[in-house]
Design a protein around this ligand. Structure first.
Ligand code: ADP
Length: 537
C-alpha cells in the first residue's frame, strides 16, 4: 500500500480528535450559553463525520467500508446544516420568520437524505479507486445532496460576508472574519473529497484542513470578548505549533525519538502559553489605559459642567448682592453728608467703618462679577487710544492717602511726553489699581515705585515694592483663580486670591503678558504687565 495512504485515515483521525476534544471542552465549560450549544452541535456532526471517515479508511472488507461510508454521510449531511444553523444563531437571525422557514426546509431535506442514506439510492456501493481500496459510488440522490450542501455553505458565507462588511464593531468584524476564513479553508479542504465519487482522479488531500476549520469556528465563537488580532495570531500560532508537535510525537518511531519529541512538545507548550499570556497582558493593560483615559475625559466633562454651574451661581448671587450694597452705600453717603441731621462725633467713626466695609464688599462682589463675565465670555473690550501715563497718574492719586497712612512712599515720575496706545481704559486701570493696591497691602513701609517703559512693540509697566516678597515656587500660581500665596500665610492681610487672576485675563485679552518677580521672601516684589501697540484681530 502507498505510504501516502496513511495521510487519509490520519487526517480523519485528527479531525475527529479535534472535534471530540473541542466538543467535550464546550460541554465542560460553556454549555449553558445558547450559542455554544449550537457550536457543540456543529462539533458533534464534524466528529461524527470524521470518525466515520476514519473507520471507513481503515476498513478491511467492502461491507465494513460501505457501512462506515454510510455512517460518515450522516455526519456530512448534518455538518453543513449545523454550521448554517450556527451562523443563523450567531447573527441573531434564527428567530426571523423567513430564516426560520428556510431552516425548516433545510432540515426537511436533510432528514429525507438521511433516510435515503439507509438505501443504495444515496451510496450505492464501494469499489477500488485511485489508491483507495474501497471508495463509495454515488446513488441517484447523491448529486442533489451535494447541491443542498453547497447551498448551505454559500448561504452561510453570504450572511457572514454581509455582517463582516456592515459591522463597525472591531471585535465583531474580526469574529466574522475568522468564521469566513474557517469556512473558506473548509471549502478548499472539503471539496477535495468529492471528485473521486465521479471518477475524477483527485485524492482528498485537503481533508486535513477540516481541523483548521473546526478550530477557527470554535475559537471565533468562544473568543468573542477578547478579539485582538495580535492575541488571535499568537493563540492560533501556538495552537498550530502544538498540533504539529503532537503529530510529530504520534509519529515517533522509537522511545528515544518519543522522549525527545515529547520534550520538544512540552517546551513548545510552555513558551507558547507564555507568549500568549504576555501578549494578552499587554493588550489588557492598553485597554485599561484607554478605559482610564475615557473615564478621565468623562470626569473632565462633568467637572467643566460643574464649574459652569458654579459660575452661573456666582453670577446670580453677585447680581443679587450688588444692588442692596449700592443702596447701602448711597444711604451711608447721605448720612455722612448730614442729609438726616447732624452726625454726632462718635457716629462718624462708626460710619467710616461701615463705609469701608461696604466698599470692600462692593469691590469683592464686583470681582466676582468680573470672574463670571470672564468665564462666560461676556466681557466687552473697547480698545481706544489713550495716554497710559495719564491712567497711572490718576490711580496713583487715588492711593496717595492710603500710602501715607501706612508710611509708604509712592515713587512715580510721569514722563513729559504722552505714551499712547490702544487699550480698554477701564480694564487697564483696574489692573494698575490692583497691582498698586497689592503693593501697598503687602508692604509695611518703604517705597512703591512705578516704572513705565516703551519698546518697539509695546509698553511695559512694573510696580516694585519693598514688601513681603515671595519665593520662586510661589510665583507661578499667583495668577491662578482663588490662589493666595504661601507668603501671605501667617500675615493678617485679607484677600480672596482673585485680583491677579482677573488682571491676567484682562491683559491676555489685550494680547499682552503679566509677570511677578521677587528675589525672595521679605525682599520686595515686582509685578508687571506689557501691552502691545498692535492688537491682532
Ligand atoms: P489677594 O491679594 O486677594 O490674595 P491677588 O490675586 O491680588 O489676591 O494676589 C494673589 C497672591 O499674590 C496674594 O495672595 C499674594 O500671595 C501674592 N501677591 C500679590 N501681590 C503681591 C505683592 N505686591 N507682594 C507679595 N505678594 C503679592
Amino acid at each position: 500500500m502507498n505510504s501516502f495512504f496513511w495521510y487519509f485515515p490520519l487526517s480523519a483521525l485528527i479531525n475527529a480528535a479535534t472535534s471530540i476534544v473541542l466538543g467535550f471542552y464546550l460541554i465542560v465549560t460553556n454549555y449553558r450559553k445558547p450559542l455554544v450549544r449550537y457550536l457543540f452541535y456543529f462539533c458533534f456532526t464534524a466528529a461524527f463525520w470524521s470518525s466515520g471517515y476514519f473507520l471507513w479508511q481503515i476498513s478491511e472488507t467492502a461491507e465494513a467500508a460501505l457501512f462506515w461510508s454510510r455512517i460518515l454521510m450522516f455526519g456530512a449531511i448534518f455538518s453543513s446544516l449545523s454550521y448554517f444553523h450556527l451562523v443563523l444563531v450567531f447573527l441573531n437571525l434564527e428567530k426571523v420568520k423567513i430564516y426560520k422557514g428556510i431552516l425548516i426546509i433545510f432540515y426537511f431535506f436533510s432528514i429525507v437524505f438521511s433516510i435515503t442514506n439507509l438505501t443504495p439510492y444515496f451510496v450505492s456501493g464501494v469499489e477500488p479507486r485511485l489508491f483507495f481500496k474501497f471508495w463509495p459510488t454515488p446513488g441517484p440522490l447523491y448529486a442533489p445532496f451535494l447541491v443542498l450542501f453547497a447551498i448551505h455553505v454559500i448561504f452561510a458565507s453570504v450572511l457572514l460576508l454581509k455582517k463582516f462588511i456592515k459591522t463597525s464593531n472591531k471585535e465583531r468584524k474580526m469574529q466574522t472574519g475568522l468564521l469566513l476564513i474557517g469556512l473558506f479553508v473548509a471549502f478548499i479542504g472539503g471539496s477535495t473529497n468529492y471528485p473521486l465519487w465521479y471518477n475524477i482522479p483527485i485524492a482528498p488531500w485537503g481533508n486535513g484542513l477540516v481541523t483548521v476549520y473546526v478550530i477557527l469556528t470554535v475559537y471565533a465563537i468562544l473568543k468573542y470578548r477578547f478579539m485582538d488580532i495580535r492575541v488571535v495570531l499568537a493563540e492560533l500560532f501556538t495552537g498550530l505549533m502544538i498540533i504539529i508537535f503532537s503529530v510529530d510525537v504520534a509519529l515517533s518511531k522509537n522511545t528515544t525519538e518519543l522522549i525527545f519529541r515529547l520534550f520538544a512538545l512540552v517546551v513548545m507548550m510552555i513558551f507558547g502559553s507564555l507568549l500568549v499570556r504576555s501578549v494578552r497582558r499587554e493588550i489588557q493593560r492598553r485597554e485599561q489605559i484607554t478605559e482610564l483615559a475615557r473615564s478621565l475625559e468623562e470626569a473632565n466633562i462633568s467637572l467643566k459642567k460643574l464649574d459652569q454651574q458654579k459660575t452661573e451661581f456666582l453670577s446670580i448671587a453677585s447680581h443679587q448682592l450688588r444692588t442692596p450694597l449700592s443702596i447701602l452705600n448711597g444711604y451711608i453717603e447721605l448720612i455722612k453728608d448730614g442729609a438726616y441731621g447732624k452726625v454726632k462725633k462718635q457716629m462718624s467713626g462708626v460710619l467710616r467703618n461701615m463705609d469701608e466695609s461696604n466698599s470692600r464688599l462692593i469691590a469683592l462682589v464686583d470681582e466676582f462679577l468680573n470672574i463670571t463675565r470672564i468665564e462666560q465670555g461676556r466681557i466687552k473690550y473697547d480698545f481706544l487710544k489713550y495716554d497710559i501715563s495719564e491712567v497711572i497718574d490718576q490711580v496713583v492719586k487715588e492711593f496717595k492717602e492710603r500710602a501715607l497712612q501706612k508710611n509708604i512712599k509712592i515713587l512715580w515720575n510721569k514722563p513729559n511726553r504722552s505714551v499712547e496706545l490702544f487699550f480698554d481704559k477701564e480694564k487697564v486701570r483696574h489692573v494698575i489699581f490692583n497691582y498698586l493696591d497689592n503693593a501697598i497691602k503687602y508692604s509695611d513701609q518703604g517705597t512703591v515705585s512705578i516704572f513705565l517703559k516703551d519698546d518697539n512693540e509695546g509698553v511695559g509697566i512694573k510696580i516694585v515694592d519693598t514688601g513681603i516678597g515671595f519665593e520662586r515656587s510661589d510665583e507661578v500660581n499667583f495668577f491662578q483663580k482663588f490662589y493666595r500665596g504661601e507668603n501671605v500665610r501667617g500675615t493678617n492681610v485679607n484677600g480672596t486670591g482673585l485680583g491677579l487672576y482677573v488682571c491676567s485675563k484682562f491683559i491676555e485679552a489685550h494680547q499682552g503678558r503679566v509677570w511677578a518677580r521677587s528675589v525672595g521672601l521679605g525682599k520686595g516684589s515686582e509685578f508687571g504687565f506689557w501691552l502691545p501697540y498692535k492688537i491682532r484681530t
